[in-house]
Design a protein. Structure first.
Length: 303
């Protein structure tokens, strides 16, 4: 359990002062991950990659990732170059979580053709190959796929560290693709993938990884939970449905420790219902240490 990581997901509003404040507070509270939601079609949201650069500039230890980047609106060659640049200027603190596409009505209004689920998965697979080629040191890239064609672009720049490619996969085919090719899975929040489907999704990842000759444990599993850390006991059940988790730090810790034992999650990203510094600090200061203590003491087995 030494590889456990905790973080939170940020809504990219126009309040840049708040983003700086909450990023610094998150880092000081011990959190290691900061996700930034990516919805380019929302008029009063900042660009996620630009905001990533800003929070990386005011921090020194926390890693930042788009949660998850909207692939249809970000061509993979330029996405790879932007990701590498952010990784270089931050000293190796940028990771890349990619989504094949959602909210298609909003996406198509920005001039991008609609893709079926099968088409979106094909585009994601092509994009993963291009991302890795751009970050590599091989010859000029020549890849002609169904959705992306790269004809002679040279790789570079190389990122400061091997950037992890995580997906926000939901359906069985996207999960299998993740198991075959990706470095991790930033699991969708329960309103997209209900709690009862999480074990099945992890099993699909494991099976696909094994079939591809990979070790399932090498695929980073990131559970993302919406909710509130409360002073009084509340509802912290995640067996069925999609209700937010609302409970004390002890309840949160028991829940996350159980998820770490029953499913192969090694990272937990908190989506606070109310984006406040206090909620994020409580997740880092109060919840994360209790999860580690619970796992180390074996109490989670008995709960």
């Amino acid at each position: 359990m030494t590889d456990l990581a905790f973080g939170f997901s940020l809504v990219p509003t126009l309040d840049i002062g708040f983003h700086r404040e909450i990023a610094v507070a998150a880092e000081e509270s011990g959190l290691r991950l900061l996700g930034i939601q990516d919805h380019p079609y929302v008029p009063d949201y900042l660009d996620t990659l630009v905001l990533a650069g800003q929070v990386l500039a005011v921090t020194s230890r926390i890693s930042v990732f788009p949660d998850v980047v909207n692939l249809p609106l970000r061509p993979p060659v330029m996405l790879a170059k932007s990701a590498a640049a952010l990784d270089i200027v931050s000293g190796g603190r940028f990771e890349l979580a990619v989504g094949a596409g959602g909210y298609w009505d909003a996406i198509t209004r920005m001039g991008v053709p609609r893709r079926s689920r099968e088409e979106a998965n094909t585009a994601l697979e092509e994009a993963i190959a291009i991302l890795r080629a751009v970050w590599g040191s091989g010859p000029a890239i020549r890849q002609r796929g169904v959705f992306y064609a790269v004809d002679g672009a040279r790789p570079g720049p190389a990122p400061a560290h091997p950037i992890g490619i995580w997906t926000g996969a939901q359906g069985p085919k996207a999960l299998a693709l993740t198991g075959r090719l990706a470095d991790g899975w930033a699991a969708p929040i329960a309103s997209y993938l209900p709690y009862e489907k999480w074990p099945e999704a992890n099993a699909i990842l494991d099976q696909a990884a094994t079939a591809a000759g990979r070790r399932p444990r090498d695929i980073r599993r990131i559970a993302q939970l919406v909710g509130e850390i409360t002073d009084r006991p509340g509802d912290s059940h995640t067996e069925h449905g999609s209700a937010p988790v609302r409970g004390t730090a002890d309840q949160w810790a028991t829940l996350l420790a159980r998820l770490a034992l029953e499913q192969p999650y090694t990272a937990f990203v908190f989506w606070p219902e109310q984006q406040t510094v206090d909620q994020v600090v409580r997740f880092g200061h109060d919840v994360a240490p209790l999860v580690r203590e619970t796992l180390n003491s074996g109490r989670a087995d008995a709960s």
